[in-house]
Design a protein around this ligand. Structure first.
Ligand code: PGA
Length: 262
């Protein structure tokens, strides 16, 4: 972490928790997260679409110190797009952050770099912050393609957003092989990739955007590996999947982040 950038810890619930369970989890977060835990750290939670209104209500009524996030959105604000959810609808629910381009969406739902870049721009146009996911597959890493793959994913988003929006965005480095595998990247590998992402942003969007963009690491984050992963100067936060479903574990991750000197 670096003193200039506020750390951000995000919980990606993926397709888990119906709205009853989501209400329960949001309440539990409110009970366990103390104001000291979040004084220096941004915390976001990303429930499924059907939970958003319920979680919004709990977060606002009970002053749970998290910002509501979503996991995906459409490019368009409205129209004949059966089954889609628009960024405008999310903004109306006080969603602050929207994950775009998660590797599960790229791999299972065919999302391309261009589509992800268009979604990121729509999120910004609606006044929210995109959490733009990038990351190499195991084969790409073995073939020495990690830097190239990250560069093309980051380039697409940075060109689409332009310098000032890039600087205010979040990029999540999530090596595909580390997601849900229990095999997190080493702190050194996470730092190297996040440092490279910042370098690419500098080349495409300029030094100021590179200095302010926040870069998360994601993939098998646990309370145990949090502090070490955050030691990298270019690792500004964590995108947490499985461990975010366990409220105690997620709060432990936030607390560990709050305790890491920048
Ligand atoms: P994981 O997922 O923490 O379960 O590995 C991370 C993610 O996919 O965002």
């Amino acid at each position: 972490m670096s003193a200039g950038r506020r750390p951000i810890i995000s919980g990606n619930w993926k397709m888990n928790f119906d709205h009853f369970e989501a209400i329960h989890a949001a309440r539990a977060l409110g009970l366990r997260l103390a104001s000291a835990d979040v004084a220096g750290v941004d915390v976001t939670v990303h429930p499924p679409f059907t939970d958003l209104r319920s979680v919004q209500t709990v977060v606002e009524a009970e002053e749970v110190p998290v910002v509501l996030g979503a996991q995906n959105c459409a490019v368009e604000d409205s129209g004949a797009f059966t089954g889609e959810v628009s960024p405008l609808m999310l903004a109306r629910l006080h969603v602050g952050y929207v994950i775009v381009g998660h590797s599960e969406r790229r791999r299972l739902f065919g999302e391309t770099d261009d589509l992800v870049a268009a979604k990121a721009a729509s999120v910004v146009r609606n006044g929210m912050v995109p959490v733009c996911c990038v990351g190499e597959t195991e084969t790409e890493r073995e073939e020495g393609m990690t830097r190239d793959r990250l560069a093309s994913q980051v380039d697409a988003v940075a060109v689409s957003l332009g310098p000032s929006a890039v600087g205010a965005s979040v990029v999540a480095y999530e090596p595909v092989w580390a997601i849900g595998s229990g095999r997190a990247a080493t702190p050194e590998d996470a730092q190297e990739a996040c440092g490279w992402i910042r370098e690419v942003i500098g080349m495409v969007a300029g030094d100021e955007a590179a200095a302010t963009v926040r870069i998360q690491y994601g993939g098998s984050v646990t309370p145990e590996n949090t502090s070490a992963l955050l030691e990298g100067a270019d690792v500004d936060g964590l995108l947490v999947g499985g461990a975010s479903l366990d409220v105690a574990a997620f709060v432990a991750i936030v607390q560990a982040a709050a305790g890491v000197p920048a």
